[in-house]
Design a protein around this ligand. Structure first.
Ligand SMILES: C[S@@+](CC[C@H](N)C(=O)[O-])C[C@H]1O[C@@H](n2cnc3c(N)ncnc32)[C@H](O)[C@@H]1O
Length: 233
């Protein structure tokens, strides 16, 4: 694998492509493919997909790309792999959901010395971060605030990896109004869906209004993410 280019490309623009050169072993957190340009149908499909179905989709993508990948469902905080087993560890908007300390220890443990790290994370102060704060304020069950991972990535991973951290503007265009986003996410975003099952009608309406207001407040700001590249010490 070259310098930073291919890894950044894998994380941010080509989430379907396996990281690293052929023959390398890389641990890559996969999900339902929300990192790529998705439409409303994709989001609705994602809502119905538990992990196994997401893996099924990832398998199809790997086959389409002609890449030989082994997929397993695992908790990032309790990986069943050996110490230093991987040449690289990669996660696109996954590890930030926590628990942060335990996941950071696992990433460092399974990555061999000299191995690569690549993460995309939710930026503090972003629209996404505000929306998660809002969900937390209304009582959503959130393990940890996802933007906290980027906020303290140095403390979490700086001991084990040499880190390069930067905020990158997303090439993705905004596709939906805040009102449309609410309608999609209330069905597809697990913590929001579960929260709405517990809220009465007035509280649901209050959350909807605040959610949409955050969307409008950030309407003119380009979307961005935090890119973390590292090398295991
Ligand atoms: C926002 S999605 C990102 C999915 C994918 N990486 C992408 O870019 O499209 C977050 C994913 O992280 C997974 N996830 C959250 N916490 C996890 C944990 N502790 N272990 C493994 N996966 C986790 C969720 O199941 C979900 O699929």
């Amino acid at each position: 694998m070259g310098a930073d280019g291919p890894l950044e490309c894998t994380l941010a623009r080509r989430p379907g492509r396996a990281p690293g050169a052929p023959g390398r072993r890389a641990l890559a957190g996969r999900g339902h493919g929300l990192g790529r340009d998705v439409d409303a149908d994709d989001l609705r499909a994602a809502a119905r997909r538990p992990e196994e179905q997401a893996i099924e989709r990832a398998r199809e993508t790997a086959a389409d790309e002609g890449v030989d990948v082994r997929f397993e469902v695992a908790d990032a905080a309790a990986l069943r792999f050996g110490d230093g087993e991987f040449d690289g560890v990669v996660s696109a908007f996954g590890v930030m959901f926590g628990p942060h300390e335990r996941i950071a220890r696992q990433l460092a443990r399974v990555c061999r010395p000299g191995g690569r790290l690549g993460l995309t994370l939710m930026p503090p102060g972003s629209r996404a971060a505000e929306l998660w704060s809002l969900l937390g304020a209304f009582g959503a069950e959130v393990v940890e605030h996802p933007a906290r991972f980027a906020e303290r990535v140095d403390a979490l991973l700086g001991g084990a990896f040499e880190l390069e951290i930067r905020r990158v503007e997303s090439a993705l265009e905004e596709q939906h109004s805040p009102e449309e986003s609410w309608e999609m996410l209330r069905r597809s975003l697990g913590p929001l869906r579960r929260l709405l099952e517990r809220l009465d009608e007035p509280k649901t309406e209050e959350l909807r209004r605040e959610f949409v207001a955050v969307g409008h407040r950030f309407a003119d700001e380009p979307r961005s993410y935090v890119l973390v590249l590292g090398r295991r010490r």
